[in-house]
Design a protein around this ligand. Sequence first.
Ligand SMILES: [Zn+2]
Length: 385
Amino acid sequence: MKYCKRCVQPDTRPHVKFDDDGVCFACKWQEKVDSEIDWDKRKKQIQEIADWAKKNAKGTHDCVIGVSGGKDSTFQAMYAKEELGLNCLLVNLAPDGITKWGTQNIENLIQKGFDTLIMRPNPIIWKKLIKHAFYKYGNPVKPTEYPLWASSYIAALKFGIPLVIQGENAGLTLGVVEGVGDGDNALDVNLLDTMAGGNASEWKVEGIKLNEILWYQFPDKNEIKKSNIRAIWLNYYAKEWAYKHNIEFAKKHGLMGRQNHDPNLTGRLSPYCSIDAESAQIVNQLLKYLKFGFGFVTDEVCYYIRSGDMTREEGIEQVKKYDGKCGEKYLKDFCDYIGITIDEFWKVADKYVNKKLFEKDPKTGKWIPKFTAGIDFEEKNVVTA
Ligand SMILES: [Zn+2]
């Protein structure tokens, strides 16, 4: 495992790219953000796209924005409405088991003056799929990403809305440039690693029929193109887009954070992320940590290091303290939700642990890292079973 020389991004992130000097592509993007891109020009370009959308709207709305009411979607929606003057249709894919903060935040955003389409997939199927994905991929939130992304495109097609505005191109901000690319085109969002094409047939399991999971199906790209629908990433055009900026912006507009937030229990520094469906998200980051050697705190500090809000050393300290942490309460909530015991959870999770990066403490039975955050790690004397 090698770390980026500037931030603390490890090369174990699937599809991440590094240059010959050992700098990750997310840091290379930050260089462009800070000094290369002509942001006035980009602002003009996105205004032209917005004006085109107003002219080409077949129904009443100019654009669709998928929202949870969290930090990013609050910025997206307000930017589209106030900066670009667009008449937006918000699409909210409501997760099963939404938290009370999640409910408050989506309501807070809608109250700013938006038409909103709330889509609520069948909760029995949702739960079955989360359980299935945990066993099959060690990634319980994988199926929830399908309708989350697909819903905006489905709404655009159904209502004749020419523009979809997505938030952050992970090709730019995480450096995973394969698949989604590094441009403004958000039509290829189904090529994200976790979406694997966006075919609902993947979830035709355990007696679930295809016509019960149509919201999990990413619409046909040809149909989208024929309908003259355009989809863009906002962070390609808006210089302000940044993890810290979006939190501060959304707070000013009424975003509520998790109460009694403790990074030791949530494995994240900020109380303002993953607040709508927390236990599955928090458990998923624990699993990500055990699979790849990094969790959500690594992602957060990388954002802060790149935006100049943290030094690399400060970031590494935070990663050492909190990365991969998941309180028993969240683990138990998750296990109760899918109807398994904590012992069964670990039986399954153990299979997904990267044994090159972790070893089991014989006394506690807990997985402990063999690596030290921020220091390139190569395993000696690998024993393969
Ligand atoms: Zn980097």
